[in-house]
Write a protein that binds this ligand. Structure first.
Ligand code: THU
Length: 130
C-alpha cells in the first residue's frame, strides 16, 4: 500500500461533523514504518485536531521520531495544504528535504518539501540546543 493509499483509507475514519471536511494523513518514518491519522473535531474546539497531528502523535507513541515522507488527502478542489501549526509540527520531526505529498480524492497531486512549506522555520537550533 502506498503512503497515499494509507492516507485515503484512514480518512474514512475522520470525525469532522463541524467542518464536514474529512482529512487523512500517513507518514513514513526513516525506519520504514507507516503511521496514520485523521482529523478529529469536537464541539468546544470545532477545528479539532488535524490529521497530520494525529499521525505524528501515533509515531511518537510508538517511540519513533524521524519523518521521511508524509501524504495528506482530502475531498477539496485542490490538494490540501497542511495548516501552519502542522507545518511547524512536521518541521520538528522532519528535515527541510522531507517531502509532503498533498492530494485530492479525485487524483490531483502536489509535492513540496518542508523547506518550501515553511521556509526559515523556527527550530531547536534557535534555542541553542542543537
Ligand atoms: N485539517 C486537517 O486535518 N489537516 C489539514 O492539513 C488542514 C485542515 C482539518 C482540521 C479541521 O478538522 C478541518 O480540516 C477543517 O479545517
Amino acid at each position: 500500500m502506498t503512503l497515499l493509499d494509507a492516507a485515503r483509507k484512514v480518512r474514512e475514519n475522520a470525525y469532522a461533523p463541524y467542518s464536514g471536511f474529512a482529512v487523512g494523513a500517513a507518514l513514513r518514518t526513516e525506519s520504514g514504518a507507516i503511521f496514520t491519522g485523521c482529523n478529529v473535531e469536537n464541539a468546544a474546539f470545532p477545528e479539532g485536531t488535524c490529521a497530520e497531528a494525529g499521525a505524528i502523535a501515533a509515531m511518537c507513541a510508538a517511540g519513533e521520531r524521524r519523518i521521511a515522507e508524509l501524504a495528506v488527502i482530502a475531498d477539496g478542489p485542490k490538494p490540501v495544504p497542511p495548516c501552519g501549526g502542522c507545518r511547524q509540527k512536521l518541521a520538528e520531526f522532519g528535515t527541510g528535504d522531507t517531502v509532503v505529498i498533498m492530494a485530492t480524492l479525485e487524483g490531483a497531486q502536489l509535492r513540496k518539501t518542508l523547506n518550501e512549506l515553511l521556509p526559515g522555520a523556527f527550530g531547536a537550533a534557535q534555542l541553542g540546543q542543537v
